[in-house]
Design a protein around this ligand. Structure first.
Ligand SMILES: [Mg+2]
Length: 228
């Protein structure tokens, strides 16, 4: 299987709760920087993560190659270092040397960008733009649910109906089965918490897909793995 797909995270309004930093400023400072609060020195070190952001990144990094793709205000020089410090404080080594601060996001090549705005090149991003905070992706729960669908994190080859198994290597089969197994595990856990028909159907079609791959591996008794 090819390398993991690349996933970029914007910071403000996506990983970072910008308002939490503003709430910590004194009234004096708020007045002085009215209309340009992102220029307050040190403001980027005062912010909390968005609810569910840290957990979401920890799950998604298992399936994607993860990077920060954010913009720091041109006139607030401390914001550039505050942002790197913030990422390290909240995410440890997850984004170590994987931080890109730019006003030209469209020049970065990747599969997904999670961003709340289309500014600074986000709208011209060549991969898929996931607009955080919209009706479709109002919170981290919805974004993670979407990105953990195997048709998003796996390369499309496994969904081709008429796979020519003669052209597929044994390693490719092994890795695909492992990926499908881990996705089935996630779905099963979710099903135990909250049963829905839709989820049960998804699990069934996932087992059928896995069985097709097991056949490619020439596993004689595929039912030893699945109770269907
Ligand atoms: Mg933003």
């Amino acid at each position: 299987m090819e390398k993991k797909k690349k996933l970029f995270f914007d910071m403000d309004g996506v990983l970072v709760d910008f308002q939490s930093g503003i709430d910590r400023l004194s009234d004096e400072v708020k007045k002085e920087y009215e209309g340009r609060l992102d220029e307050v020195p040190g403001i980027f070190s005062l912010m909390d993560p968005m609810p569910g952001a840290v957990e979401a990144v920890k799950v998604l990094r298992k399936y994607y190659d993860v990077y920060i793709l954010s913009t720091a205000p041109w006139k607030n020089l401390s914001a550039w270092s505050d942002k790197v410090a913030w990422v390290t404080r909240h995410f440890g080594k997850i984004f170590h040397k994987h931080v890109i601060l730019t006003h030209c996001k469209h020049l970065c090549k990747g599969d997904f960008l999670i961003d709340d705005r289309r500014k600074n090149g986000a709208g011209k991003f060549k991969g898929e733009l996931i607009r955080f905070g919209t009706k479709r992706y109002p919170n981290w729960e919805k974004v993670v649910e979407y990105l953990l669908s195997p048709c998003n994190y796996l390369r499309p080859i496994i969904f081709v109906e008429d796979l020519n198994f003669d052209e597929i290597t044994e390693t490719m089969v092994e890795k695909t089965i492992t990926a499908l197994d881990s996705y089935a595990k996630i779905l099963n856990e979710r099903l135990e918490e909250n049963y829905t028909e839709e989820l049960a159907d998804q699990i069934l079609s996932l087992s059928q897909l896995t069985n097709r791959w097991l056949r490619a591996k020439k596993v004689e008794d595929e039912y030893q793995y699945y109770d269907i």
